[in-house]
Design a protein around this ligand. Structure first.
Ligand code: MF3
Ligand code: CO
Ligand code: CO
Length: 266
């Protein structure tokens, strides 16, 4: 299956799906405090999805070679890079956690977005990692326009992250999205300018860099899902779903509670 180009109706449906995913994050945000468990976060999100009339794309999600994913979202704490499974461990002051939400609308469209949350006061290093990863995502998004190439997106992210002595995870990437969760193309968060797929209006994909304080090497946990940094250094991730428009791009996964874009974004 190749890259799908969304028509006006598809774009409208994706605007809705992505906004709804972001609104799940908005709804859980006030509750993400010291003392909550990631399973509590999962439950709150499930309730909000029910209220919206969406369903989680992750419950039972089973790519080839994986066990079925057991939760409504992913919660990746500290050295967990991605795909952390909610559990009954309490979040404590100083933790950082990525919450990654993918919903399916009743019409069958997928919206995918994630944010970092700081639990109470966190270390300067953790704060810096979260902030720089946010900027890296936006620098990637800013490359998106017709005629640009996916390598431009990856390069912008890699150059910025490595320039700050951070490392970019290579094994997981952004992806096309629409009426399926993970479509072509793969959106690498590293690369060379002027290489890769050329962007065309109507493409929709995620930009979701995973960036580590230490080395880029990963390890998979025995649960078959959870990915951690091999050196146990902290890892951060942010994710937006982005549409290529005739003049540039539109970020679809924005909501009233989205953090503002960095100052360098016009
Ligand atoms: N939402 C993740 C992404 O950004 C995928 C999670 S798959 C799961 O692509 F099964 F781990 F939930
Ligand atoms: Co996601
Ligand atoms: Co994604």
């Amino acid at each position: 299956m190749s890259i799908t180009i969304k028509d006006d109706a598809g774009v409208a449906a994706m605007r809705t799906a992505c906004r709804l995913a972001a609104e799940v994050l908005d709804a859980i945000t006030p509750h993400i405090q010291p003392g909550i468990t990631t399973l509590d976060i999962d439950r709150l999100a499930a309730e909000h999805m029910a209220k919206q009339g969406t369903r989680s794309a992750t419950v039972g999600y089973q790519p080839p070679g994986y066990p079925p994913y057991p939760a409504h979202l992913c919660t990746s704490v500290n050295h967990v890079i991605c795909h952390g499974i909610p559990n009954d461990k309490v979040l404590k002051k100083g933790d950082i956690v990525n919450v990654d939400v993918t919903v399916i609308t009743p019409e069958g469209w997928y919206g995918d977005t994630s944010r970092m949350f700081e639990i109470g006061e966190v270390s300067i290093a953790a704060k810096r990692l979260c902030a720089l990863t946010y900027d890296a995502m936006w620098l990637g998004i800013e490359q998106v326009r017709p005629g640009a190439r996916l390598g431009d997106v990856g390069h912008a992210i890699q150059k910025f992250a490595e320039g700050h002595n951070l490392s970019v995870v290579r094994e997981f990437c952004g992806h096309g999205i629409g009426q399926r969760f993970h479509e072509e193309p793969q959106v690498l968060h590293y690369g060379k300018p002027g290489t890769g797929e050329e962007l065309v209006p109507g493409m929709i994909f995620t930009v979701e860099p995973m960036i580590n304080l230490g080395r880029r090497d990963i390890k998979e946990m025995p649960d078959g899902w959870t990915i951690v940094t091999r050196d146990r250094s902290l890892s951060a991730q942010w994710e937006h779903t982005v549409l290529v428009t005739p003049t540039g791009h539109e970020v679809l996964s924005l909501s009233a509670g989205s953090p503002p874009p960095p100052a360098f974004v016009q």
